[in-house]
Design a protein around this ligand. Structure first.
Ligand SMILES: NC(=O)c1ccc[n+]([C@@H]2O[C@H](COP(=O)([O-])OP(=O)(O)OC[C@H]3O[C@@H](n4cnc5c(N)ncnc54)[C@H](O)[C@@H]3O)[C@@H](O)[C@H]2O)c1
Length: 286
């Protein structure tokens, strides 16, 4: 009986040890947005000090206050445009001054132009403004590259760290443009998922593999997640069509990526690098 108790205790200790993030420092870009906050919340719940990076307008400091209220700890929110390397370097220095280390980076920020509401013919390949192409790539891809360079180099210097790039199921499959169709509009005015989304998300998988081999000997692990769409009060017509494409028959809830984030950021995934964890209700297995 004593042996059984000891074995259970040892297994429980192992579970805690695998997922515990006590004293680690995690940077989440786009941390004040819909999913960024949930990524930060699970890391804070596991003991990390979380730094939510976001644009001033998104008020990351207020979101960090919420995190501290919910989980205790010393999370902070910093205003930063991730497309500016100079701003990122200033933020890195501020984090190092306050916490002394950076262990985790989640490249989560992106421009997510909404087209589910219809009447957005600007989104079509022929119409999308070049400025929008450049802006989407600057935030989603160049921003992830710059954050990886600034924060990842610091991890490599300390020979320890984890980067998670947030891609999408649309890194693996083409968008099904029938989802976005609006009855009654001519074909050349139908909204579509913008080309930039697929391009940015696919490129993040390439960035993941590149960084994983680049920093493998520096003990910096780099992985991606490919989440499916999250329910956020999309129009019913859109939902009905999308549910038919997902074997689980629904979109994700906003907290359903937390398990994957915690797994990839913790020692539970200590032998995993350069890969892409797909969490999509089965959509891409069809
Ligand atoms: N929500 C979904 O259904 C879904 C599905 C798959 C993948 N994703 C991906 O997950 C990530 C988060 O999505 P979300 O739904 O939370 O999006 P969101 O739009 O709510 O959050 C994105 C955040 O990024 C911030 N941001 C934009 N430009 C920035 C910049 N230059 N510097 C710093 N921050 C900047 C925004 O202010 C915003 O808070 C994105 O990469 C998105 O593409 C989302």
């Amino acid at each position: 009986m004593a042996d059984v108790h000891a074995a259970k205790q040892s297994a429980a200790n192992r579970v805690t040890e695998l997922f515990n993030l006590d004293s680690r420092v995690a940077v989440v870009t786009g941390g004040a947005g819909l999913l960024g906050y949930y990524h930060g919340a699970i890391l804070a719940a596991a003991g990390a000090n979380v730094v939510l990076l976001d644009l001033t307008v998104a008020n990351p400091a207020k979101r960090a206050d919420q995190l501290n209220l919910e989980f205790g700890g010393h999370s902070i929110g910093l205003a930063c445009d991730i497309t500016s390397e100079v701003s990122l370097e200033a933020v890195r220095d501020q984090i190092l001054q306050q916490f002394g280390r950076i262990d985790i980076l989640i490249n989560n920020a992106a421009n997510n132009p909404k087209v589910e509401d219809g009447n957005t013919s600007w989104s079509r390949l022929e119409n999308i403004p070049l400025e929008m192409w450049e802006a989407d790539i600057r935030v989603g891809l160049t921003g992830a590259f710059l954050c990886s360079r600034v924060f990842g180099s610091e991890m490599a210097r300390r020979r320890s760290g984890v980067i998670v790039n947030v891609a999408s199921d649309l890194a693996l499959i083409g968008p099904d443009q029938r989802l976005y169709r609006v009855d009654g509009l001519p074909d050349d005015q139908q909204p579509v998922k913008p080309v930039t989304y697929s391009v940015v998300k696919s490129a993040l998988i390439g960035l993941t593999r590149y960084l994983a081999t680049y920093w493998s000997s520096a003990n910096v692990r780099v992985n991606a997640i490919s989440p499916g769409g999250v329910f956020n009060n999309q129009p019913q017509a859109f939902l009905s069509k999308l549910h038919q494409l997902i074997p689980m028959g629904r979109m994700a809830n906003r907290d359903e990526y937390q398990g994957a984030i915690l797994f990839l950021c913790s020692d539970a995934s200590s032998y995993m690098t350069g890969t892409n964890l797909v969490i999509d209700g089965g959509r891409t297995c069809l």
